[in-house]
Design a protein around this ligand. Structure first.
Ligand code: SF4
Ligand code: SF4
Length: 76
């Protein structure tokens, strides 16, 4: 199974939760504190490394504030 991680620009996130709903392994959750524009942004909550780097979260984000990184095996 591929592994990935995401970077969320929390200052631009409007907390719509579309990414949270779209994420298959459910590793996105709302942060406990508001950002500077008054929204509760989302955060990656993935202690078991379940993010696959599928990028569904980034695709559905209307603010384009998610960057996805996916681990790729490099041939020796
Ligand atoms: S890349 Fe896929 S698995 Fe990872 S947080 Fe986004 S939707 Fe979830
Ligand atoms: S889809 Fe984008 S704007 Fe909406 S909660 Fe997720 S990161 Fe924030």
């Amino acid at each position: 199974m591929a592994h990935g991680r995401i970077f969320i620009d929390a200052e631009r996130c409007k907390g719509c939760e579309l990414c949270r709903t779209a994420c298959p392994p459910h590793v996105i959750s709302l942060a406990p504190q508001r950002n500077s524009i008054g929204y509760y942004p989302v955060m990656l909550n993935d202690p078991d490394n379940k993010c696959t780097g599928c990028a569904l979260c980034a695709v559905v984000c209307p603010e384009a504030c998610i960057i996805v990184y996916r681990d790729v095996a490099v041939p020796a």
